[in-house]
Design a protein around this ligand. Structure first.
Ligand code: NAD
Ligand code: GLY
Length: 370
């Protein structure tokens, strides 16, 4: 971590020639230092959605105007339900319609949905153009904008079509979070909390001590949470960019969570809500396998509740709810030959990826769903 200006901190992500900085601070959209040194091009394209465009598109356009003579915008429909081929194609239509070349720089202005789709468009347009992440949700600032996972959903599974493709910069302007709905703040806190059990129990204790401040967006607490989350993620991704092993720990809660999202239909539960509840189910499974004690599970549950997150999984199928969850989980990207792999807590602050007996997983789902 180094200071670049009094109000701007940098977390570096070390990936050889694909290395980049995550800029964290308040009011970064308006600071000239934020935008210095980006790839030069005649054209930039801001990809955003119809909720965020009226809030922040003009500010971004003004900020990057000094660097790019032509700036176009693509405004996508808002929502996880639109993270699909049809919406992705709107980006390609605009890029081709405006005659964008290989040097064109894309700017993803929005949450994880806009970021994941813009990244995938950048990875595939003319086989790759540079892109900048400008995340405007807490979830995107602490997780999705960092590390180069890009994707769209398929009706049969979450984030199934995508690519690893790193941005050339991430700009986390904490001031943009002031317009974020409370429910979205809570969803982002799920991904902040995630970093504790898998990597840093001191950070978990810090979150517990400051959860009220985080829910209320107290500036210093928020800045620390974003910075520490990005540091942990940058450390993991720096060791395992393409998830050959270690990076899978960042999917704590996601195996159950993705089943909730796909099972209910994308967008019914927010991604962070599904991940939060999924973390509790994974913690319960870890407990039943003798890896953590009941107090650990209770501690996680109490924190999720204080963050405003649901702690009971939804019933997706009244006839065979566990079977429904398991059918979705078998399609998870971590599954091997149809065997579900879980990220479990192998002692506080330590995660492991492993399988579990189907009967035990069924018991956990039945115990954890409303
Ligand atoms: P999102 O992108 O849907 O944004 C949430 C909502 O907040 C949207 O309605 C959005 O328009 C609105 N919004 C965004 N910024 C706002 C602001 N500043 N003020 C007011 N409203 C604002 O959801 P998300 O939680 O940011 O991201 C979830 C997505 O991220 C999922 O698709 C998930 O799969 C993906 N994800 C990807 C990774 C990765 O590593 N690539 C990691 C985690 C999650
Ligand atoms: N969000 C999980 C990852 O980036 O690997």
């Amino acid at each position: 971590m180094s200071e670049s200006t009094p109000s701007q901190e940098l977390v570096s992500i070390a990936l050889d020639e694909r290395s980049y900085d995550i800029h964290i601070g308040r009011g970064l959209l308006q600071q000239a230092a934020t935008w210095a040194g980006l790839p030069k091009a005649k054209t930039a394209v801001i990809v955003t959605n119809d909720t965020i465009a009226p809030l922040y598109e003009a500010a971004l356009r003004l900020a990057i105007g000094a660097h790019y003579p032509q700036i176009h915008s693509v405004v996508l429909p808002d929502g996880e339900a639109h993270k699909d081929w049809q919406t992705l194609n709107l980006i390609f239509d605009a890029l081709l319609g405006h005659g964008c070349d290989r040097k064109t720089v894309l700017f993803a202005l929005g949450g994880g949905v806009v970021g994941d789709m813009t990244g995938f468009a950048a990875a595939s347009y003319m086989r790759g153009v540079p892109f900048v992440q400008v995340p405007t949700t807490l979830l995107a600032q602490v997780d999705s904008s960092v590390g180069g996972k890009t994707a769209i959903n398929h009706p049969l599974g979450k984030n199934m079509i995508g690519a690893f493709y790193q941005p050339c910069r991430v700009v986390c302007d904490l001031a943009t979070l002031k317009t974020l709905p409370e429910r979205e703040m809570s969803a982002g806190l799920a991904e902040v909390i995630k970093y504790g059990p898998i990597a840093d129990m001191d950070f978990l204790a810090w979150i517990e001590a400051h959860i009220g401040d985080l829910v209320g967006q107290e500036p210093q607490a928020l800045a620390h949470a974003v910075k520490r989350s990005c540091q942990i993620k940058a450390g993991v991704v720096g060791q395992d960019e393409r998830e050959a092993g270690l990076r899978a720990i960042l999917n704590f809660g996601h195996t159950f969570g993705h089943a909730i999202e796909a099972g209910l239909g994308f967008g019914v539960w927010l991604h962070g809500e599904a991940v939060g509840c999924g973390m509790l189910m994974a913690a319960e499974l870890s407990h039943r396998l003798g890896k953590v004690d009941a107090a650990f599970v209770a501690r996680l549950k109490a924190l999720l509740l204080r963050a405003g997150l649901p702690v009971r999984g939804p019933v997706i199928d009244a006839q065979d709810n566990a079977g429904h969850y398991m059918a979705h989980m078998r399609l998870d990207k971590k599954s091997v030959g149809g065997d579900i792999q879980f990220v479990l807590i192998d002692g506080p602050g330590r995660a492991v990826v492993c399988g579990a007996p189907d009967a035990l997983v069924r018991d956990v789902i039945n115990a954890c769903c409303a």
